[in-house]
Design a protein around this ligand. Structure first.
Ligand SMILES: [Zn+2]
Length: 392
């Protein structure tokens, strides 16, 4: 039961509170998690705080409503990307209201969704919900979904498993039924240095990198050609590959000893997510490494995974999709090309869609903002969800 002197936050006031916590992924998110825990407890809502090994980061999982019915998970990440090296015109950790927009780090990606859910928690608690709503807040999503698995494990172990999950990543309140997987790698090539006039003495790491990147270009063409047999994606319907960074060499007259490049592929959900990396490793080991080794015994090519996000498979007509369409008033679902935690919920058998306020175009950028109309739409979405779960 709510106490008489409890302060209720309206959605925008709650967004302001969330933005004020600097939860850049490298920081502890505990101050925000404890704030939410305290706020919820004022309305009689208990929450589980699931900490990591360091004790500095935590997921928060709260249930509102009966435990013995399959519920709806509302999920999002509390961490944000850094603001360093970005040209912000205002303090990124202070919510600035300007015209129809709210500025601040995390306004779109994705504190507004979590803040609106938290602000509306008392309304969920007061409604006589026939099925529970779970608030699921994770950490370290921006580092590659490192935090959420321990919370998903708890949800998967529940005696009555949730019937649907809505991940509130910024989709402008569109219902996303599918997105690609994201895989980022760093490849480091070690050859042998020599004077540039003595090419038989050296093993060029840059030349090897060029061959590897050409191989990726050929794979990219092949994937584009292969397309999307399922025809789920209206845009970019193929597994895409990009080499985003390259670094190597010492001087013009030195055969380069090292070269490093960072690359990614975004694979269609439901396709073999390991195909590209398997073929890349095979090519580098059988075609390129032997050439380097012929000139340098200690030559090496190392490829490490930096980030991996599961794709979200379409589940046409799933309960999650139908519910999100009903609450959003959208006619049909759509797709996206960015990675989220959604596929991990789906992997434990919880039908999942992405639907949240704000635009992915604002995510990770300086002067990140969310349109106020998005906040209103999300608030409406959640109130419709209450009506669905507690018909008058
Ligand atoms: Zn995000």
């Amino acid at each position: 039961m709510a106490k008489a002197n409890v302060t209720r936050y309206q959605p925008i006031a709650m967004i302001e509170r969330f933005i004020a916590f600097d939860t850049t992924s490298r920081n502890s998110n505990l101050p925000l998690i404890h704030f939410v825990q305290d706020y919820l407890s004022q309305f009689g809502i208990k929450s589980d705080v699931i900490t990591d090994k360091s004790g500095q980061k935590a997921n928060l999982l709260a249930r509102i409503g009966p435990a013995d019915k399959p519920g709806i998970v509302l999920s999002g990440h509390t961490d944000t990307v850094p603001v360093e090296d970005q040209n912000w015109s205002t303090d990124p950790f202070k919510l600035i209201k300007n015209g129809g927009r709210l500025y601040g780090r995390g306004t779109s990606d994705m504190k507004s969704f979590l803040a609106i859910c938290t602000a509306l928690a008392p309304e969920f608690a007061e409604a006589k919900l026939s099925a529970p709503v779970y608030l699921a807040m994770s950490y370290d999503e921006e580092l590659g979904c490192l935090g959420v698995p321990s919370m998903i494990a708890k949800l998967a172990e529940l005696p009555v498993k949730p019937a649907a999950c809505i991940v509130g990543e910024p989709s402008e309140m569109q219902v996303l039924m599918a997105h690609k997987g994201v895989n980022v790698f760093e490849t480091t090539i070690t050859g042998r240095e020599a004077h540039s006039s003595q090419t038989d003495q050296g093993a060029s790491a840059i030349a090897a990198a060029a061959e590897l990147i050409s191989f990726l270009n050929r794979l990219a063409d092949e994937m584009r050609e292969r397309g999307d047999p399922t025809k789920v994606f209206e845009r970019d319907g193929y597994t895409s590959i990009n080499v985003g960074l390259i670094q190597g060499g010492t001087a013009l007259n030195i055969i380069p000893r090292t070269c490093k490049f960072v690359w990614e592929y975004r694979h269609l959900p439901g396709t073999d997510g390991k195909e590209i990396i398997t073929r890349f490793r095979q090519f580098s080991e059988t075609e390129i490494l032997p050439k380097l080794k012929a000139k340098a015994d200690d030559a090496a090519i190392e490829t490490t995974t930096v980030i991996h996000y599961e794709g979200l498979r379409p589940e046409p007509g799933s309960f999650a999709e139908a519910l999100a369409l009903k609450c959003s008033g959208m006619a049909r679902p759509t797709t996206a090309a960015f990675g989220t935690e959604a596929g991990l919920f789906q992997d434990v058998g919880i039908p999942t869609v992405v639907c949240g306020p704000g635009s992915i175009a604002q995510a990770h950028r300086p002067d990140e903002f969310i349109e106020k109309t998005q906040v209103e739409q999300c608030t409406q979405f959640l109130r419709r969800l209450i009506q669905e779960l507690a018909p008058a």
